[in-house]
Design a protein around this ligand. Structure first.
Ligand code: ADP
Ligand code: ASP
Ligand code: MG
Length: 423
């Protein structure tokens, strides 16, 4: 008998009919003799709708209240799912993150799981029942307040429970058949990846491939949790996320695993910065003080005549206003000319472990973008990734051009997107 943790994303439980459909699948897994723990996300776009609602009340809602609001979405889906499963003659009980023993730090909106004490889940399994857990939420011991884990956080709940319970597998059910060489919504010719290493998946997730939340992959790697990403709408085998040394046919692995894209960042340029020692340090102290997580940084060569330079960096859209305000406040002290804010950028990332040992990957990437007439604004690299910033409106074309240039296009039909709005 296996212990299986199954996670169903919002697009898999968009309406009552889908909840019933998913319930059938869960009941089948239970009847097949497995112990089953289910993590469920809020129905459809509920989380976004709740966020919109809060925005209509106030532009800056208190984080504690926002977390209480958002956790309501998962409470709705978990209880409906428990009812639907019970209707099928299989006993099921639903639990909030707090009841399931997901303990987090106190950082509202992006709390980290610090402990998992799933006593009630074990009790439920021991009674032969299915345990349903609300995704994306926990409780902080400091104040006993509920917290959320950040967008896409139900994936992390599932992996953390799988690790805490010693599950045999963590199945992530979504609206596509697995992890593809690019987002199937943008590249219909994308191919499903059979196996991907934790490291490659980390890079893909960090670069915007939201099919798995970044922290869930970090967690899975740390605890060696076997993850299987698959569709709740088909019976197809999905993508296995495994340790690099466990990958089959590792020697024949492709150089490139995939192309990721991200539209959620903005660019700030500090114009006319005096090119003297310590200036970058001061600027980024101020940026850090505003709580921004920066990604790429580019500093131009200073103009000989003026001794002035420009520094550009990218950061999450949401960190933009606070960072602009903090930098504006120190303009007199630092002596730069002006600031520019640009939220119309997109980032494309090419990811692959084989890049380490293959020259010419960058040249081919830049060549593909040139042939597609796409301008590159910034570049950054890691051992297994190259990222470029482009205009937001040319990002989709860029992804398709690069996907084709690296011969990633599949031959056996289009990648299917079964549901979801992609929001
Ligand atoms: P869920 O509601 O199940 O959590 P998400 O919307 O969070 O689903 O994640 C699934 C979506 O991730 C897919 O519909 C797809 O548009 C997007 N996606 C982005 N990159 C990839 C990729 N490389 N492979 C598969 N899906 C991807
Ligand atoms: N409902 C949350 C979100 O939309 C968590 C999740 O879906 O994983 O971000
Ligand atoms: Mg998700």
């Amino acid at each position: 008998m296996a212990l299986v943790v199954q996670k169903y994303g919002g697009s898999s439980v968009g309406d009552a009919r889908s909840v019933k459909r998913v319930a059938k699948r869960i009941a089948e897994a239970k009847r097949a003799g497995n112990d089953v723990v289910v993590v469920v996300s809020a129905m459809g776009d509920t989380t976004d709708e709740l966020l919109d609602l809060a925005q209509q009340i106030t532009p800056l809602p208190p984080q504690r209240e926002l977390d209480i609001l958002l956790t309501a979405g998962e409470r709705i889906s978990m209880s409906l799912l428990a009812m639907a499963i019970t209707n099928l003659g299989v006993k099921a009980k639903s639990y909030t993150g707090q009841q399931a023993g997901l303990i987090t730090d106190a950082v509202h909106g992006r709390a980290r799981i610090v402990d998992v004490v799933p006593h009630r889940i074990r009790e439920t399994l021991n009674k032969g029942q299915v345990a349903i857990v609300a995704g994306f939420q926990g409780v902080t011991q400091a104040t006993n307040d509920v917290t959320t884990l950040g967008r896409g956080g139900s994936d992390t709940t599932a992996v953390a429970l799988a690790a805490g319970l010693g599950a045999d597998v963590c199945e992530i059910y979504t609206d596509v058949d697995g992890v593809f060489t690019a987002d199937p919504r943008i590249v219909p010719a994308a191919r499903k990846i059979e196996q991907v290493s934790y490291e490659e998946m980390l890079e893909l997730a960090a670069c915007g491939a939201k099919v798995l939340a970044l922290r869930s992959v970090e967690y899975a790697r740390r605890y060696g949790v076997p993850v299987h990403v698959r569709s709740s709408f088909s019976a197809h085998d999905g993508t296995r996320v495994v340790a690099a040394e466990k990958k089959e046919n590792a020697m024949e692995a492709p150089i490139i695993s995939g192309v990721a894209h991200d539209r959620s960042e903005s660019k700030i340029t500090v114009i006319g910065v005096p090119d003297v020692p310590g200036m970058a340090a001061r600027i980024f102290e101020v940026v850090a003080g505003a709580g921004a997580n920066i990604d790429m940084i580019v500093q131009n060569v200073s103009a000989a005549a003026t001794g002035l330079t420009d520094i550009s960096f990218t950061l999450p859209d949401g960190d933009g206003p606070a960072t602009m305000a903090a930098l504006t406040a120190v303009q007199g002290e630092l002596g730069f000319d002006s600031l520019q804010f640009d939220d119309q950028i997109g980032k494309l990332s090419l990811v692959g472990a084989g890049m380490k040992s293959h020259p010419g990957v960058s040249a081919r990437l830049f060549g593909a973008l040139r042939d597609a007439g796409i301008n590159i604004e910034m570049i950054s690299t890691s051992e297994i990734r190259i990222s470029v910033v482009t205009r937001a409106d040319s990002l989709d074309d860029a992804v398709r051009a690069v996907h084709t240039a690296f011969e990633l296009d599949g031959v056996d039909g289009e990648a299917v997107v079964y549901a979801g709005t992609g929001r």
